[in-house]
Design a protein around this ligand. Structure first.
Ligand SMILES: [Zn+2]
Ligand SMILES: [Zn+2]
Length: 330
């Protein structure tokens, strides 16, 4: 991932400590950070109302919710013989597991429920949503009976070609009275333009005897919001070897939370997890100021909460962000 390296280097050249909290976001910085996102137009400064009622300045960006630096997928195996290279991942017991054919053949045992029948016992075929229609019917809370017991996948090409997602993020974080719950909201946006989401509703998904697999980058598609992440994986990290001098062994900074703080990957470059994170998964360092570390892939929790007031993760390009007026979802 070249872009992060370049943006980090560029910011340092101008004497701006990369991602430091003290420096407000500008259109130029955001343009640079999001250079590999599918931006629909240039970022703009707008007036916005944050979740706690603060009126401030936000940077608004509008993106196409599909990745450009890699091909999304695969998600569902089609037969029990399919290995991990032709399937995605799933979160089981707080860990990332390969959602390959072998995994699907063991669902009844793993979830201790014989109603799991995703695999045809005669042919070994894995039932999956093979059309846009099936994806739309299955990737929702109230899964129609005929799509239960399926691996749910929605392909990138099922997304409406005109779908865009608009984010309005404060140029400087504004303190909130209490940390905001993120269990049912998106938490931010990765620098590649992809939504970093709140937890996937695993109970509802499993309750319908479906597995809505993620690809190896932790992403899957639903039709209203496009491709989005339920895990922050190394797919988003830049090469540590070449720029370790800039981040000094610190985890890669990979995106912006809706409250204007930066989000880094879970682990530092030496494989250690920071041990001083608060309930929101944030901490302060002298180089980076206050920032978050995404939760462990498999934990189904990208952030614990938002420390500061959130901007908006929905609406149309040019629409005024009033985060007090909207339900938090999607
Ligand atoms: Zn999802
Ligand atoms: Zn850190």
């Amino acid at each position: 991932m070249q872009y992060l390296r370049h943006s980090a280097a560029a910011l340092f050249l101008f004497g701006i400590p990369f991602c430091a909290n003290a420096e407000p976001l500008t259109v130029e910085i955001v343009k640079d950070l999001f250079s590999e996102a599918q931006l629909v137009s240039n970022p703009v400064e707008v007036e916005c109302t944050l979740s706690g009622g603060a009126q401030t300045t936000c940077i608004q960006i509008t993106v196409v919710p599909a990745p450009t630096t890699y091909e999304a997928g695969p998600w569902c195996p089609t037969n029990v013989k399919d290995g991990p290279e032709s399937s995605g991942i799933w979160f089981y017991d707080g860990e990332v597991v390969d959602a390959d054919g072998a995994f699907f053949s063991q669902l009844a045992m793993l979830y201790e429920d014989d109603n799991w029948q995703v695999v045809d016992p005669e042919t070994g075929d894995v039932r999956y949503t093979a059309t846009a229609e099936a994806c739309a019917a299955a990737a929702r809370p109230d899964v129609a009976e005929e799509y239960q017991n399926s691996c749910v996948q929605c392909l990138i090409e099922y997304i409406d070609g005109d779908l865009t997602v608009t984010y309005s993020i404060p140029v400087e974080p504004v303190a909130s009275e209490a940390p905001a719950d993120v269990r049912r909201t998106s938490v931010g946006v990765a620098f590649n333009g992809i939504r970093i989401d709140g937890p996937a509703p695993l109970e509802a998904i499993l309750g319908a005897y479906t597995i809505a697999t993620f690809d190896d980058c932790g992403g899957h598609v639903n039709l209203p919001v496009g491709y989005h992440y339920h895990a922050v994986t190394d797919c988003l990290a830049h090469s540590h070897e070449e720029d370790s001098a800039q981040v000094e062994g610190h985890a890669s900074v990979v995106g912006l939370a809706l409250d204007g703080h930066f989000i880094a990957t879970h682990l530092n470059t030496d494989g250690s997890a920071p041990d001083d994170l608060d309930a929101c998964y944030g901490h302060s360092t002298s180089d980076l100021g206050y920032h978050y570390h995404a939760g462990k892939p498999g934990s189904n929790q990208n952030l614990g909460c938002l420390t500061a007031q959130a901007g908006c993760s929905q609406g149309e390009e040019g629409e005024t962000c009033d985060a007090t007026a909207r339900p938090p979802r999607p």
